[in-house]
Design a binder for this molecule. Sequence first.
Ligand code: BGC
Length: 464
Amino acid sequence: MIKKKRPANARTGPATCWPALLCLLALWLGWGWNGAQAQSLPLSSSGPASGVSLSSSSSSSPVPPSSGGGSLQVLHWWTSASERQAINVVVNQLAKQDIQWRDVAIPGGAGMGAAKVLKSMVLANRAPEVTQLNGVVFGEWADLGLLLELDNVAVQGAWEKQMFPTVWSLLNNHGHVVAAPLGIHRINSLFYNTAIFKRYNLSPPKTWDDFDQIVKKLQGSGITPLAQSAEAWQLATLFENLALAESGPAYYRRLFVEMSPAAYLDARMLHILKRLRGLSAAMAQPVRERPWTEVARSMVSGEAAMLIMGDWAKGELNAWGMEVDQQFGCAPVPGTGDFHLYSTDTLAMFAGNYAHQAVQETLARLTMSPAVQSEYNRIKGSIPVLRAADPHMDRCARDSWRAFSKGPAWQAPSLVHRMATDDTTKDAIVSEVQRFFLDRSISEEQTQKRLAAIARTLSRNRND
Ligand code: BGC
């Protein structure tokens, strides 16, 4: 049953705006905020990544017709070379239907900045028409009645039949589809510099013991074994990977989905924290806060041998002219080969006064077109959300697809990328992990207790 859409004059968001916030937003979106911080620009087929077009192999699948005309303001955090090229696949398809994509790009890996700007915009009654909004978080916006339901588009496009069940259930909020999917990233990805691996006769590490052996072999070589940033979300990426490697998806879910205090107090958590701290011996000291693109650069330049990062890093290396199994290789993070630590990219549409509904629905329809899915994900480094395997996938993408296709028992929703829990809980854990990693005076036992306390408090609040 498709629920009736809200009436065209339905009001969303608070009735009054906060003047201070509005001022801030005016600054952010208009004056004084330079391009290095954010851009609110129309992107068109002649935009920065022009030249990106659907390849002939995929353009044979027609993109569905639209309502034609209009524009959409889109908030997102896709600001690196490959990210921009990937979204330009969508931008160009919209342009063909005479729809302009107005860009609000908020830099900051994993959307740490974008999430804050989005909240401020919504509070100021200035929600964008579309936003990159990953994971369970859009359920919160949907519960407030702020998101456009895309049920008609989903039914017409047979989304449920076509996409992986995990993605389908993620998009659903109380029986209504509230976001349109772009792709699935694998967060348990390890990239390595093939020249270094060849020179030192190394193989991709399958276990953490293998990893330790590589670190040993590289000792005294002047090469940093593991490229790493001290940014909170990048440190927490190691943490969630170690949690998955420790005991598989069931324990992982107890930690990050169920937020079980007992799971945090388990001896396995102590082991994870010890391993995390121990990894600093494989990193260049001091570990500095650097954007993920810089960290990826240090791996391919030969400064470092390995990188643990979501597979958007593969997209970026491709955009820099490097190829899988040539300049760099990919493998699952040690101990996680059977599993898929996933994050999906999705676009949610703010309902506003429904004036943009037809154009928003066109965008939603377009994201699920097989041609867009194939081309976008090839550039982005991710895999399509469609169950049918895309023949254009490279080796890393095929591995990712195989692992994800095994089903929920093998999948783990990324904490860092908002797949597992709400933003407040996620932020509390992520900053606790960063504090622990950077401050050696905090013991593993103290952190374990603090994490259990966070779980106790926040899971209790959730049930209130
Ligand atoms: C997003 C990716 C993005 C990455 C780096 C993730 O949260 O899902 O699309 O490339 O962050 O910013």
